[in-house]
Design a binder for this molecule. Structure first.
Ligand SMILES: [Zn+2]
Length: 464
């Protein structure tokens, strides 16, 4: 009995040391056999240490089993400590921040579930059960229906295979920190062939509310139709679709995005969760493989990056001419994460340049951040009045046909909740129910700009 207990503790300590605990992401990786990249990641981290660690635990467990007899009295004390700690936690569980509460409610988890999860979560012994509980609900959510899909799609280029469209979704990138929008530090190299749109806003301030809206048809500020998403649109039009992600598949903040992503023909994740994810450059060799592989169809590749997500200092490894000032380290790190994001785009373009494909690549960030006076200095804008910097985002277009043109900036107020129209317009897919006046590439005068966005509690706020 005590040997088993020690083995269990050993497992917990190991998971804690190497993956930050039995997170939902770790359970997801174990659950899913085709979660290839992540499994590669697990084995690359710990093959030797795993063997060593379990040898140690086993020896210790055997030793305890033979020499220590835990008396009944000890069990009573342990049980008491467990109960007291749980009551203590329950008292504080009442003050869980509302954003997290809302996230849980998206999977049909109510107040009571939340309490159970919190109780299990805070006690290291039962923490894996909490992750299992959340994971089970996420799976249910993944298996639920997205609602009504697209009707009547016409794609004239369905028989072509020489075009590739790349959509790069940035993370927490402040528009105002890119040199081209006037930032004082050199976060961007001077390049040709870039078209920059100035005036674009995100539909929300956090990934899980913003990205699904950007990828789907929106009925209004708050309501969108996940069944009518652009991945399904591209699939049905006859393009080959790829979803390449350095964010997590299973996690309380990832599920809304990964459910849509799962509709792509090819889905590749390189990360279990925010803590264990590596710099985005890990995606480059995978992208290169996709581009160099012959295809019978035109392709769309979605690339979901970690961009400038906190911790900013772990978003890049080596960087040429890093930004070094006498400000606090995290501020330099943030700017270097922006620099790394732009360098990443140039690396993607370099790969595309090597191919014979006609390519176009769009980059935008999922949302911005709010600036504060204390570390980490930039945070997700999850409470109160939304600051403009939380929704103002960069929007770039790279086009192989304009490769050697001068870089230009286009002033264009645009709410990314209308991106599905831009996407259809861009890829030349005709479909019922999308108003092409809502494309960023069409005449601004026919576009009804909305400054309504959703805050982290799903309330509509007007910015600007
Ligand atoms: Zn985000």
């Amino acid at each position: 009995m005590s040997a088993l207990l020690f083995l269990y503790v050993g497992l917990l300590v190991f998971a804690k040391l190497y993956y930050g605990g039995f997170t939902v992401g770790v359970i997801g990786a174990l659950y899913e056999s085709n979660y290839q990249e992540s499994i590669e990641f697990i084995s690359s981290l710990g093959a030797v240490s795993l063997t060593f660690f379990f040898f140690f635990v086993l020896v210790f467990a055997v030793y305890t089993a033979s020499f220590v007899v835990i008396r009944k009295k000890h069990y009573v004390v342990m049980l008491l400590i467990f109960l007291v700690s749980n009551v203590y936690v329950a008292h504080f569980a009442k003050n869980i921040n509302s954003d997290l509460k809302y996230t849980f409610s998206e999977y049909g988890l109510e107040g009571n579930d939340l309490m159970i999860i919190r109780l299990l979560d805070t006690n290291p012994f039962s923490q894996p059960l909490s992750s299992l509980y959340v994971f089970y609900n996420i799976l249910n959510y993944h298996n639920s229906n997205n609602g009504e899909g697209w009707n009547r799609i016409n794609y004239a280029n369905a028989s072509n295979n020489n075009e590739i469209y790349v959509v790069v979704i940035g993370e927490s990138a402040l528009k105002s920190h890119f040199s081209i929008y006037g930032y004082k530090l050199p976060t961007m190299k001077d390049v040709s062939g870039l078209t920059v749109y100035d005036g674009v806003i995100a539909p929300s301030v956090v990934t899980r509310l913003s990205v699904p809206r950007m990828l789907s048809k929106n009925e209004s500020s708050a309501i969108y139709q996940p069944g009518k998403n652009i991945i399904a649109l591209a699939n049905q039009a006859g393009l080959e679709t790829y979803w390449l992600s350095n964010q997590a598949k299973y996690g309380i903040f990832d599920t809304q995005v990964s459910k849509l992503a799962s509709e792509a023909n090819h889905v590749i994740y390189t990360s279990l969760d925010y803590l264990s994810s590596r710099p985005d450059s890990v995606l480059l060799p995978i992208f290169e493989r996709i581009v160099s592989k012959p295809s019978e169809k035109n392709r769309v590749v979605f690339i979901n990056t970690m961009g400038s997500h906190s911790d900013f200092c772990s978003r890049f490894d080596s960087i040429t001419k890093p930004i070094e000032t006498n400000r606090p380290k995290q501020l330099d790190c943030y700017d270097n994460s922006i620099k790394a994001s732009f360098d990443f785009l140039l690396e993607l373009r370099f790969i595309l340049d090597q191919s014979n494909l006609a390519y176009q690549m769009i980059y935008f960030s999922d949302h911005g951040l709010r600036s504060i006076d204390a570390p980490p200095y930039y945070i997700h804008d999850t409470s109160g009045r939304i600051s403009n910097s939380s929704v103002e985002i960069p929007f770039f277009l790279f086009d192989s046909e304009k490769r050697n043109n001068m870089t230009k900036i286009i002033q264009r107020p645009y709410n990314m909740r209308d991106f599905s129209a831009t996407f259809a317009d861009w890829t030349n897919i005709e479909v019922d129910g999308l108003n092409m006046d809502n494309s960023i590439f069409r005449d601004e005068n026919n576009y009804l700009m909305s400054y309504e966005v959703i805050d982290a509690n799903l309330r509509i706020q007007t910015v600007n």
